[in-house]
Write a protein that binds this ligand. Structure first.
Ligand code: PGA
Length: 229
């Protein structure tokens, strides 16, 4: 299983350091086959010691240049960061990242050999329109995205389940993952209100290779409870 923690706009440099020190200690007991990925805010990127991988939540597809407020490859290389989240619904929605922009980022970081966690997910009105609408919507989010790239992990995160406390049902996750797996041969995470109370049933679903966790990852005790559930 893959356990990925997306801190979003939470934690400081100081609290991330304390979190990761505590996590590193706990992970000395982790199952060998499990992997842990942490996506802290950009200000907390650094080199950390421990059995986990630190990645960037976002970066601009450039080595460096004039892109006010953004970070590029040079800023990630300083800390040996080689993992990035691309396509998260909050960036698509609040930061107005179009599919074209998302695909451009994907291409850039693919060419740089990054491990990419590529996020897709449908809004509630699409889910309510039925399985075909969900399929069409999700597959459109692969436009311009080369899934033959070996170093990509896909994360399915229904937007209506993110940060709402309401996870998708086991049936919804199982059928969506099964559908997605007929279109790609990549590891597939589920994200959206994953927490200690539901990790066991979600992890047991066929086609779920791991989880991407927001809110319930912010507390190191809660996140490690899921890893060791
Ligand atoms: P959540 O967020 O766990 O708070 O629902 C998941 C995500 O956006 O990755």
């Amino acid at each position: 299983m893959i356990f990925a923690a997306n801190f979003k706009t939470n934690h400081t440099r100081q609290s991330t350091k304390a979190y990761l020190e505590s996590l590193a200690f706990k992970l000395s007991q982790k199952r060998l086959e499990d992997r842990v990925l942490i996506f802290p805010p950009a200000t907390a990127l650094d080199r950390y010691e421990g059995d986990f991988t630190v990645g960037a939540q976002n970066a601009y597809p450039t080595r460096n240049g004039a892109f006010t407020g953004e970070i590029g490859l040079e800023q990630l290389e300083e800390f040996g960061i080689k993992t990035i989240l691309i396509g998260h619904s909050e960036r698509r929605e609040y930061l107005c990242e179009s599919q074209e922009k998302v695909a451009e980022k994907y291409r850039f970081f693919m060419e740089e050999g990054f491990e990419i966690i590529y996020c897709i997910g449908e809004p509630l009105e699409v889910r309510e329109s039925g399985e075909k609408a969900v399929r069409d919507y999700l597959l459109a989010q692969f436009q311009g995205v080369d899934l033959s790239y070996k170093n990509v992990i896909v994360a399915y995160e229904p937007i209506w389940a993110i940060g709402t406390g309401r996870s998708a049902t086991v049936e919804e996750i199982a059928s969506t993952h099964a559908m997605l797996k007929t279109h790609m041969e990549r590891l597939l995470l589920y994200g959206g209100s994953v927490k200690p109370a539901n990790i066991k049933e979600i992890a047991a679903i066929e086609g779920v290779d791991g989880v991407l966790v927001g809110s319930a990852s912010l507390d190191v005790e809660s996140f490690s409870e899921m890893i060791f559930a």
